[in-house]
Design a protein around this ligand. Structure first.
Ligand SMILES: Cc1cc2nc3c(=O)[nH]c(=O)nc-3n(C[C@H](O)[C@H](O)[C@H](O)COP(=O)(O)O)c2cc1C
Length: 222
């Protein structure tokens, strides 16, 4: 696929088939991700491909803690809830997803079920945990570097027929991810990406989120 077509065709996938992603395909996807530029070529990223029993234990641990009302337990700094225009954009895409899944906004029970799917990493067969070296915890640029690589990863996946959703919910109980994913102590957990082959007929997979018009985001001096 041409790059422009790939970026406009890609969308987040939140319903997966159970088939595993072959190791060679996963290795290729991560290799493409590592072609991202990074500050001074520091390449501060690591990718932990978690599946099978380890991923089931993470899903169970996340579910247990979230159902018990546990506070978030992340290794990165969070902004808390979005407000203003950010909240409006968050709500717009949530409404698109709920509409696709036939979930009424007032139906708190089904909305909670949907949120719990996110904490289970949408039952994807693979979760790729992205980390950075711990000694760069306070380097904002290291998070920028990892983000560039993660975008390359989701595009490389899409081009190979593998769907994914970058999933902040998946690391909201990071100690569960750390313990079951064998994350080394000298790395900090930043994000996870749920991945797998898209399930046919899962309506949320067809949702196309809206982007701000380019005139709203760009300025030119001349
Ligand atoms: C850092 C980050 C965290 C995200 N966390 C979640 C999440 O926890 N749950 C979820 O359903 N989607 C999550 N997403 C996916 C976004 O909702 C999605 O990328 C956005 O709505 C745009 O839609 P698109 O990916 O289909 O273009 C996350 C995306 C990013 C970049």
């Amino acid at each position: 696929m041409e790059f422009d077509e790939l970026t406009s065709d890609r969308r987040s996938v939140r319903g997966f088939r159970t088939d595993p992603i072959p190791r060679e395909v996963m290795t290729e996807i991560v290799e493409v991700a590592t072609r991202a530029p990074s500050s001074m070529n520091s390449q501060p990223w690591h990718f932990h491909v978690i599946s099978g029993d380890a991923l089931e234990r993470i899903r169970d641990g996340n579910t247990e803690r979230m159902m018990a009302g546990a506070a978030p337990d992340r290794e990165i700094t969070s902004h808390g809830g979005y407000e203003g225009v950010h909240r409006e954009r968050q709500k717009e895409v949530a409404l698109q997803l709920f509409d696709a899944m036939d979930i009424a906004w007032e139906d708190k029970g089904r909305r909670k079920d949907w949120a719990m799917r996110g904490f289970r990493q949408f039952d994807a067969p693979v979760s790729v945990v992205g980390t950075i070296d711990r000694n760069l915890t306070h380097s904002t640029v290291a998070y920028f570097d990892l983000g560039a690589a993660v975008y390359g990863m989701v595009l490389a996946a899409w081009e190979r027929g593998v769907g994914s959703v970058i999933n902040g919910q998946g690391i909201s109980q990071s100690s569960v991810v750390r313990a079951n994913g064998n994350i080394p102590e000298d790395q900090i957990i930043v994000i996870t990406v749920a991945m797998g082959y898209p399930a046919d007929g899962f309506a949320a997979n067809d949702v196309k989120s809206r982007r701000r018009p380019v005139d709203d985001v760009v300025t030119f001096t001349d």
